[in-house]
Ligand binder design. Structure first.
Ligand SMILES: NC(=O)c1ccc[n+]([C@@H]2O[C@H](COP(=O)([O-])OP(=O)(O)OC[C@H]3O[C@@H](n4cnc5c(N)ncnc54)[C@H](O)[C@@H]3O)[C@@H](O)[C@H]2O)c1
Length: 402
């Protein structure tokens, strides 16, 4: 018997993933839960889904094996916990949660139930991260010294429209989400390469100056004044990291999520117009041919704001391990620099085989906790704070071969 997958949330992002779950050889059927009746009916018809539910509660009461959360970013923590407590394996779009307490509870639920939890961290399969992870494992960097991870996404680059589609009349209440509560794209790029964790942080916030009613006390659910936050971390391997989460910034071009890693022997540096490998003995390698993603080969989704279309449509790069993907994915859409197909495959195989996928619950906590504490530090004008360690997989854990 294959997996019965229940997708929760029929918004923009879910549309990129439903066809992949439907096509995966380990999946028997896909059901859909969505609170907005029109959206539910429209997307069920688009993808030929027969089994639909009005909300997560009903999906939890159904006989699906898996719940895949594609709901708004601040809802994932309690929803993942609810699904695990209902006995379901959980795939969650990022972030895992927005408080340390939410993360702790999810980790405990996985430890108690033995169910699979995986966060769908797209950055994990970005070509730059794949390349750096491989070279780090082979020792090419030497010892880790310093990393930079950044997610630059100006509100005017498609975010206003996305939040309006997502939040209806009250969209500004969520659009003012503290940037550091969405840290996993940038944090995971560094930590998935080195395997370390963040231990301490000092963070500063940029109080937004634009009078659009999004950021600022009283405007959003978090009374968050910051549109941009920058944090300096100590890492458990003795290194240092700088993470930028910017939502009001005049940059464009290249990837919006970027990585640089500096080791004692070599470095990977990424800019808007290219990527380069440099070494201590003064060699340079242009990495663009290895990291450039092919076009997705599918028409752009017209439902998306124009600025977001390229992200949702990108095929594989030469550096991607394409042979491990199921044949059934070969002609299907991919996105976020080739990551979507790897994430769905990782998750389905890890549920089926009872092994841990790379972005398992302890890794997800390692990627999200640093940002939660960083925001707290920003609210205290950069006070140095400890990042809690939320645990490691049990020694007996088996891992997915990727
Ligand atoms: N690169 C990435 O990893 C990436 C990119 C885009 C979006 N995302 C994440 O994907 C998630 C979804 O984004 P989106 O743009 O599709 O959002 P969206 O608002 O368009 O869709 C969310 C949907 O969930 C539904 N929903 C909320 N609560 C529900 C419940 N209890 N039961 C059933 N349905 C419920 C909403 O009605 C809505 O239709 C967000 O968390 C976002 O952060 C990640």
């Amino acid at each position: 018997m294959g997996l019965r997958v229940g997708v929760c949330g029929a918004g923009s992002f879910a549309r990129s993933f439903i066809p992949l779950f439907q096509a995966h050889p380990l999946v028997e059927d896909v059901a859909l839960a969505e609170v907005l009746p029109e959206r539910r009916a429209e997307q069920a018809a688009r993808f030929g889904i027969r089994e639909t539910y009005p909300d997560l509660d009903a999906l939890c009461a159904s006989d699906v094996d898996v719940i895949a959360l594609f709901t708004q970013r601040h809802l994932h923590g309690p929803q993942a916990l609810q699904a695990l407590r209902a006995g379901k394996h959980v795939y969650s779009a990022v972030p895992m949660g927005v408080t340390i307490d939410e993360l702790r509870r999810i980790v405990s639920a996985v430890e108690e139930t033995g169910l699979t939890y995986m966060m769908g961290e797209t950055s994990y399969y970005y070509p730059s991260t794949v390349l750096c992870r491989d070279r780090f494992r082979r020792g090419a960097f030497g010892a880790f010294v310093y990393g930079e991870g950044e997610y630059y996404h100006d509100m005017s680059h498609g975010f206003y429209e996305a939040y309006q589609h997502s939040g209806g009349a009250e969209w500004k209440r969520v659009a003012g989400f503290p940037p550091m509560l969405y840290p996993s794209h940038s944090v995971s790029m560094i930590l998935s390469v080195t395997g370390a964790r963040m231990t301490q942080v000092s963070c500063l916030g940029y109080e937004d100056q634009l009078d659009d009613g999004v950021f600022g006390a009283g405007n959003n659910l978090w009374d968050n004044p910051y549109s941009n936050e920058t944090a300096l971390f100590r890492t458990s391997d003795g290194g240092m990291c700088r993470i930028n989460e910017f939502r009001r910034v005049g940059v464009s071009g290249g990837r919006s999520v970027r990585l640089s890693v500096y080791g004692t022997e070599a470095a990977y540096e990424e800019q808007a117009d290219g990527e380069v490998w440099v070494t201590r003995d003064k060699r340079q390698e242009d990495l663009r041919p290895l990291l450039k993603c092919a076009p997705s080969g599918h028409p752009a989704r017209e439902d998306l704001p124009e600025d977001l279309r390229a992200d949702f449509h990108s095929g594989l790069a030469p550096v991607h391990p394409r042979d491990r993907l199921p044949d059934a994915f070969r002609h299907l859409p991919n996105g976020h620099h080739g990551s979507h197909q790897f994430l769905v495959d990782d998750f389905c195989r890890s549920c089926s085989e009872g092994v841990l996928a790379p972005n398992h619950v302890w890794a997800a906590a390692r990627y999200c906790a640093p940002g939660i504490v960083a925001h707290e530090s920003a609210l205290q004008e950069g006070r140095l704070l400890e990042v809690p360690h939320l645990g490691e997989p049990p020694a007996s854990a088996r891992y997915l071969e990727v």
